[in-house]
Design a binder for this molecule. Structure first.
Ligand code: ZN
Length: 215
């Protein structure tokens, strides 16, 4: 699926199989999640690209999740969608700096850390169902990307929005969050919900014996 004709066909076929606008999400073990995605350089017709973004948005909402990268629905292109408008409570929002992130599509995104500060929190991934693990990431990242209309942006994200755009952009490089996670923090969802669903992972670090310092 490297030339434009086959990508256009592949996306159209995927879209035609959508149910209520939603398509299946690839899970770890599928090679598409481990393959660096190709930059979007006009391989898709404008209308197909728009329809793909809508299906990605609906699939993300349905999951539900706060981000989805095109490889997660089997399309090896550097496209992702993000949106985090969930009401999560004040303490969680404050500790994780989880501020609202309105919907947007990221085309050909690239990010780099801004500053030295790193923060570690539990995160999960729609392609790794059933688990969560702690990942240390830059507190702030600079993101350069385009919109679906080719408008280039260059901006800095902080806190949870920075984590979301970094996680999704990593997918486009064939990287899944578990590659960067502290593996001793790995928790099944029901155990996480019962024991560790709190703003900071510090109690989990003490109980599961993993190190939050020096990451
Ligand atoms: Zn993910």
């Amino acid at each position: 699926m490297t030339n434009s004709a086959s990508l256009e066909d592949a996306v159209r076929e995927l879209l035609s199989g959508a149910r209520d606008g939603v398509v299946p999400i690839a899970v770890v073990g599928e090679p598409v999640l481990r393959t660096p995605a190709a930059p979007l350089t006009g391989q898709l017709e404008r209308r197909t690209l728009g329809a793909l973004i809508e299906v990605m948005r609906a699939t993300m909402h349905d999951a539900p999740g706060v981000g989805l990268a095109a490889p997660q629905i089997g399309i090896p292109l550097r496209i992702a969608v993000v949106e985090d408008m969930y009401d999560i409570g004040e303490e969680l929002a404050r500790t994780r700096r989880r501020t609202p992130l309105p919907f947007r599509a990221l085309v050909n995104p690239l990010y780099q850390a801004v500053g030295e500060k790193r923060v570690a929190f539990y995160e999960g991934c729609l392609s790794v169902p059933g688990y969560q693990a702690v990942v240390a990431r830059a507190e702030s990242v600079r993101l350069r990307c385009s919109s679906v209309d080719g408008v280039e942006t260059d901006e800095v994200f902080h806190g949870w929005p920075a984590r979301i755009v970094a996680h999704e952009t990593d997918h486009l490089d064939g990287t899944v969050y578990v590659d960067k996670a502290i593996t001793r923090s790995l928790a099944a969802n029901d155990v996480y919900a019962e024991l560790w669903a709190e703003p900071s992972p510090s109690r989990a670090a003490a109980a599961l014996d993993f190190d939050l310092e020096g990451m």
